[in-house]
Write a protein that binds this ligand. Structure first.
Ligand SMILES: C[S@@+](CC[C@H](N)C(=O)[O-])C[C@H]1O[C@@H](n2cnc3c(N)ncnc32)[C@H](O)[C@@H]1O
Length: 196
């Protein structure tokens, strides 16, 4: 294994999501579940990742579930998050996850996405892309290392914006802080019936 490493910082101090929140890929460090606690439902494909998150202090309800094929009813959640989880998925999986997030969100609900820009690997020898994150929360800082197979994968803010738009989301905010992507997306409120 040959690592390509980047160091980045994310500030999460202003995170205020109300209601029932779904955290996609919430295992590992379980950052969102640690911040938001009991109102959060964290899903992950691997239960061992969820156990790790629980041990790290996540107070979320944990369910082993594939985010490309969620078992929740339509319009279940007030908000949805994905914190450095999409970087672990192939583009086809990412596309399904945006559609599933849209489906399970209530109208007017927001999907907040944090992720990393992954450039084209090209002829580089490194085969694993690693981001070392310094996560700044209100009272603590957490260091996390997230690594994924690089292969032919690349992703950036515009690839995510395109997937989001194709799934039906409207952009509320999109920003790039060095290589960290942040998107705030909204499932449009239900259109009023012209007959009402
Ligand atoms: C390492 S975590 C990333 C950071 C995590 N959100 C945190 O706060 O530390 C990414 C997670 O996404 C999960 N994942 C990848 N593909 C998935 C899928 N299709 N459905 C659900 N979880 C998935 C992985 O199992 C992994 O635990």
């Amino acid at each position: 294994v040959n690592l390509y490493e980047v160091k980045q910082t994310v500030k999460l101090s202003g995170l205020d999501l109300d209601g029932r929140v779904l955290d996609i890929g919430g295992g590992g460090e379980g950052i969102i579940g640690r911040l938001l606690g009991h109102g959060t439902v964290s899903i992950d494909r691997w239960s061992k990742e969820l156990i790790e998150a629980r041990e790290a202090g996540s107070g979320a309800l944990m369910i082993e579930m594939d985010a490309t094929d969620m078992k929740f009813l339509d319009e279940t959640f007030d908000a949805c998050t994905s914190f450095f989880s999409l970087m672990y998925m192939e583009p086809e999986e990412q596309e399904k996850v945006f559609r599933e997030a849209w489906r399970v969100l209530k109208h007017g609900g927001e999907f907040w996405v944090w992720d990393i820009t992954i450039p084209e690997r090209g002829a580089r020898e490194e085969d694993v892309f690693v981001v070392w994150l310094d996560v700044r929360m209100h009272d603590t800082n957490v260091r996390a290392g997230y690594g994924a197979q690089w292969a032919s994968r690349r992703q950036d803010i515009s690839s995510f914006r395109n997937l989001a738009a194709a799934a039906g989301f409207e952009p509320v905010e999109a920003s790039l802080d060095d290589q960290v992507i942040f998107l705030r997306l909204r499932k449009p409120p239900r259109a009023e019936s012209p007959l009402a």
